[in-house]
Design a protein around this ligand. Structure first.
Ligand SMILES: Cc1cc2nc3c(=O)[nH]c(=O)nc-3n(C[C@H](O)[C@H](O)[C@H](O)COP(=O)(O)OP(=O)(O)OC[C@H]3O[C@@H](n4cnc5c(N)ncnc54)[C@H](O)[C@@H]3O)c2cc1C
Length: 459
């Protein structure tokens, strides 16, 4: 019988990724009975995944969830290894020598494509790039967005599309006291964007955005929401969906949209146009985006199973910027099974599978497990379920050969990797907060990895 999970032989678990799903998995394991040591790796020196690099800067309350993660990080048996890219700085097979189990929590770091002509023209960007840029993610820090255009289009109607379009629609006064990165604030201060178009392929009843997000659009200081005439006229199946007493999501959204339709003519300097039943077919321009061709759709099918079908009726919307926000996708980790079609690590109830075989000791949580859906809280039960599977498997796990972190430290050091502990991160955090105070912001993020490491004198 294996001694794993006893005081003599604590279970050693590596978690790859320090976003919400990684932290909730760590919490579930540490709270469980057996003796467990959790090492959490992240490719950035900063923890928290999309809570730091995705959640919009003007939604600070949502970010306060990091206090829960701080507590988890402070528990005995937990260690953070920031600035370590698993699959590059240390191979999966190498990591497996130091841990009895590995949990992949690496999120969904790239975007789905529209697969239409002109998608790669200058001025056409993914939501990921723009979000990463305004949130100071080191990968996107040096991206450039030409905000000299008057018209910007955001394709998609999920909450990420709402974030992107709202940031474009806000004034500098509405943003300057947030933790938005300074380079983005400077660029947005010069923005000429006055018309923002949000494009959805289905109707207002099927729109994915949630009521708080759409309501905010009606509360912007210098931007009016605009609906096309007849935008809220519903086909019979959509009406049936709306009339379903359980469909509170759509009822709340429609109430807000109706209040927009009831407003008088726009009076503010910017306008936020909400389009339904349109799909992008082509982005046109010589060397830069000049217009977006949209096909009008109709809905077909039973209530709650309706599909958008092109009608062949086209319209061309002149614009200088296009942001594509049509879903995130996971990125394969070298040496780990990957479902190319779905962009996730294939698994059965959180146990990683290769073909039809479970890979012993490998688990998965969060967006890389189930795809990019759900809010931060959705990850908690999901991670708890995977942690429970791992705990059930303890008697079957093969103990790893190297049972302390010193050799792993030596290996990383020999490769010139400057790993960052949680205490190190707290020093970076303090420095960011200090910098922010000077500007009336909650923090001024460091946007280059070297700047973060310099704070730690880790030259
Ligand atoms: C733009 C945007 C805005 C959002 N806003 C909200 C919101 O307002 N409210 C809300 O509730 N939810 C929001 N969400 C959803 C929420 O962020 C996700 O549910 C959640 O972050 C998913 O958690 P995760 O741990 O699976 O992935 P992530 O949060 O993406 O964390 C993955 C982590 O893995 C790390 N990583 C990746 N590859 C490697 C590697 N090879 N080695 C080491 N580390 C690696 C990454 O650096 C990252 O830190 C938003 C999502 C997006 C995209």
């Amino acid at each position: 019988m294996s001694e794993l999970g006893t005081a003599r032989m604590p279970l050693r678990v590596a978690i790859v990724g320090s976003g919400p799903s990684g932290f909730y998995a760590a919490e579930a394991l540490i709270k469980a009975e057996p003796q467990i040591h959790v090492d959490m790796f992240d490719r950035l020196p900063t923890p928290f995944g999309l809570v730091r690099g995705g959640v919009a800067p003007d939604h600070p309350k949502i970010k306060s969830v990091t206090r829960v993660y701080d507590k988890i990080a402070g528990t005995p048996g937990f260690a953070f290894w920031g600035n370590v890219t698993v699959g590059r700085d240390v191979a999966i097979e190498e990591l497996a020598r130091f841990y009895d189990a590995i949990i992949f929590a690496s999120g969904a770091e790239t975007d789905n494509r529209l697969n239409i002509p002109g998608e790669d023209l200058k001025g056409s960007h993914t939501a990921t790039e723009f979000v990463g840029w305004y949130n100071g993610h080191p990968d996107y820090r040096d991206r450039e967005f030409d905000l000299s255009a008057e018209v910007a289009v955001v394709v998609g109607q999920g909450n990420v599309a709402m974030d992107v379009s709202r940031i474009l629609a806000k004034t500098i006064d509405e943003l300057k006291e947030t933790d938005i990165a300074d380079h983005a604030l400077d660029a947005l201060a010069e923005s000429k964007v006055r018309e923002i178009h949000l494009i959805g392929r289905r109707g207002p009843v099927q729109a994915k955005f949630t009521q708080p997000e759409i309501k905010e659009i009606g509360e912007l200081s210098d931007c009016d929401p605009v609906l096309e005439p007849g935008a809220l006229e519903l086909d019979p199946s959509s009406q049936a969906e709306l009339d379903d007493p359980d469909n509170k999501h759509s009822q709340k959204n429609i109430a807000v949209l109706q209040s927009f339709a009831d407003r008088g003519a726009p009076v503010k300097n910017r306008r936020y146009h909400i389009h339904f039943l349109k799909s992008p077919r082509e982005i046109r321009g010589e060397s830069h985006v000049e217009s977006l061709v949209l096909e009008r759709n109709r809905l077909e099918g039973e209530p709650f199973r309706m599909k958008a079908v092109g009608t062949g009726e086209m319209e061309e919307l002149a614009c200088g910027l296009v942001f594509r926000s049509v879903g995130y996708r996971g990125v394969a980790l070298q040496g780990v099974p990957f479902d190319e079609k779905r962009g996730v690590i294939p698994n059965i109830d959180g146990r990683v599978v290769a073909g039809s075989e479970v890979v012993p000791g490998w688990y998965v949580v969060g967006w890389i497990k189930r795809g990019p859906s759900g809010v931060i809280g959705t990850n908690k039960p999901d991670s708890q379920a995977t942690a429970a599977a791992l705990l059930d498997d303890i008697p079957k796990l093969k103990p790893c050969a190297h049972r302390d972190g010193v050799e792993l430290m030596d290996l990383l050091r020999s490769r010139g990797v400057r790993f960052v502990s949680f205490a190190d991160w707290q020093r970076i955090d303090d420095a960011e907060i200090e910098r922010g105070k000077l500007k009336g912001k909650p923090r001024e993020k460091f946007t280059r990895i070297q700047e973060m490491l310099d704070i730690l004198d880790l030259k």
